[in-house]
Design a protein around this ligand. Structure first.
Ligand code: B12
Ligand code: SF4
Length: 493
């Protein structure tokens, strides 16, 4: 739902997988189904008949779509190798294979860059597939996935992605994406970024980032890092590359309140380089909520971070997690608070995703196992309010917050901007201004729950006394504590 309105961004992970396959000598094409239709996809398959079809499944909500596409594609190309990879696929590999009933040969867990070419090389010997690290087949699983050794060895195959003008985030229209570092060393209970990357944080070489940025044509750039500028010297080093190369772009990044406060000068420096938008994961406006999400930050730090962000003069968006046990009163308090601050406020719904600690511990309480509802805009845990009233409150809150920023007075401010974008033929941002009510409405959300469910998500095993075992959550294994690249342990003692 979110990507129908506010943003649409290039699939960097798929582009890296494509770059790895191309570097190994294969002819590769990418089709992004955020931009193209299923009809486009089947037309391309019929015309091209590839030997391998690989799906990127970063999002749990897309898993049924991937399975159905694989089944239909298998009918048309019975001899092809079918592979699925990506963030969510890594946490749900055996169940994807089971749902696909033979339409998918293997799921690759973890990072594509090194293993994907090895899977392609094994395409003719399918029995060998299940012996490769991180590769899961219906008959078994190879050794654990391995970390990519060199994050700068490949550049995302941006040239293979058609219709690049479709990618945007708000007024950064069009926008490309880039990765400066990978992974997150914190361990929030609702998040699977740390379990995917084994709680590591790896930095890319600043010169390689500078080189990549200088080749990006789009004027806007979305920095995909989970937490930008954890280490300020890395941010400075990339900034110096940008200055030296005379790169002029507008940037969007995401970070944490405590990192912003600690490293505020590097953010100030980036403001001069073109930093326009910042997303802060505030998550809760009470200490109890922050503790429950194990955000390892306190309320006053988050509020101080908002002050720092304001002083930088960047546009700030923050996220608040709505808990399924919120009642009308709680929603009202959040609305009033959100209207009292100048920042853009997003509300997402607390959603236990496979790979998170919340899933391992609360999975047995799930009200639905329909993958399609796992998009943090639907309630998948039982709500305290009846579901229709929960959605009525949620959408009312989102509507109020949306009007705050896209309402008439804000529109006057954006009119000039919109006119400039239209003059350059960019329509993504302008279309977004009018779409809210067609996408977000309580009846649609409620109706989504009534759809027949053909693929049910697998439940986690019953939690052991004392909670989930961390080792069971990881895709990439964490290195010994002393070798980890982050510092939350230092922050929290
Ligand atoms: C950038 C980002 C976005 C971008 C999307 C960009 C895009 N088109 O892909 C935006 C801002 C649009 C976005 C939106 C959302 N996001 Co998001 N996003 C991220 C983020 C921060 C980084 C992803 C990224 O680009 N990383 C860099 C690339 C290089 O890594 P990668 O994509 O993981 O790819 C590697 C592997 O996964 C694998 N791989 C990937 N694809 C493929 C394909 C093949 C064939 C193979 C073999 C391997 C492979 O190899 C790649 C290279 O190593 C992740 C957090 C994270 N650290 O993963 C969350 C994350 C993926 N998002 C998340 C969520 C919840 C959402 C939203 C639902 C939020 C919302 N408000 O609605 C939406 C849904 C979007 C949608 N399309 O449906 C969750 C996923 C939850 C889930 N399990 O489904 C994550 C994990 C964040 C979190 N902390 O929980 N997101
Ligand atoms: S700091 Fe952000 S990316 Fe890291 S674990 Fe917490 S929510 Fe996930």
């Amino acid at each position: 739902m979110y990507t129908e309105i506010y943003l649409r961004l290039e699939p960097l992970g798929v582009e890296l997988a494509a770059a790895a396959a191309r570097a190994a000598g294969h002819a590769v094409r990418i089709l992004d189904l955020q931009v193209f239709s299923h009809a486009d996809y089947f037309r391309m398959l019929d015309a091209w008949s590839p030997d391998v079809v690989a799906f990127g499944a970063n999002y749990l909500a897309n898993i049924p779509e991937v399975i159905d596409l694989a089944k239909e594609t298998r009918r048309r190309l019975p001899g092809a190798l079918f592979v699925v990879g990506g963030h969510s696929a890594s946490f749900t590999a055996p169940e994807i294979l089971e749902h696909a009933q033979g339409a998918i040969d293997c799921v690759i867990k973890g990072e594509a860059e090194e293993i994907f070419p090895r899977v392609l090389a094994a395409a003719r010997d399918r029995d060998a597939l299940g012996t490769l690290p991180g590769v899961v087949t219906r008959t078994g699983e190879g050794p654990p996935p391995e970390k990519v050794r060199d994050l700068d060895a490949l550049t995302p195959a941006r040239d293979l992605l058609p219709r690049r003008r479709k990618y945007f985030i708000g007024v950064l229209d069009p926008a490309a994406s880039i990765e400066l570092s990978r992974g997150c060393p914190w361990d929030c209970s609702f998040c699977s970024a740390w379990t995917f990357y084994g709680r590591t944080h790896r930095q890319r070489d600043p010169a390689a980032v500078g080189e990549e940025l200088s080749r990006i044509a789009e004027p806007g750039v979305f920095i995909v890092d989970d937490v930008a500028f954890i280490h300020e010297e890395h941010g400075y080093a990339i900034g110096r590359q940008i200055e030296r190369r005379g790169i002029k772009k507008k940037y969007y990044l995401e970070t944490r309140g405590d990192v912003l406060i600690r490293n505020r000068e590097v953010f100030r420096y980036w403001r001069k380089l073109g930093l326009e938008y910042m997303f802060l994961g505030v998550e809760a406006i009470d200490e109890e909520g922050l503790r429950a999400h194990r955000k390892r930050v306190n309320l006053s730090t988050n509020f101080e971070a908002l002050e720092v962000a304001r002083s930088l003069g960047v546009t700030v968006a923050i996220n608040i997690i709505a808990d399924p046990d919120w009642d009308e009163d709680r929603f009202r308090v959040i609305r009033e608070w959100a209207l009292s601050i100048p920042e853009i406020v997003n509300i997402s719904v607390n959603t236990p995703y496979p790979g998170t600690q919340t899933f391992a511990e609360e999975g047995h309480r799930l009200a639905t196992r329909d993958y399609r509802l796992y998009d943090i805009q639907h309630a998948v845990l039982p709500t305290k309010l009846p579901l229709d009233r929960f959605y009525a409150e949620l959408v009312k809150t989102q509507q109020v917050l949306n009007m705050k920023h896209l309402g008439l007075s804000a529109l006057k401010d954006t009119a000039l901007l919109a006119a400039g974008l239209l003059a350059r033929g960019q329509t993504n941002f302008v279309k977004m201004l009018w779409r809210f009510n067609t996408v977000f409405n309580p009846q649609r959300q409620l109706a989504d729950h009534a759809r027949p469910v053909r693929y049910q998500m697998r439940l986690p095993p019953s939690p052991e006394p004392g909670g989930a075992r961390r080792d069971d959550l990881y895709v990439l294994r964490p290195p010994p504590r002393r070798e980890r690249g982050g510092e939350p342990d230092a922050v929290t003692g």
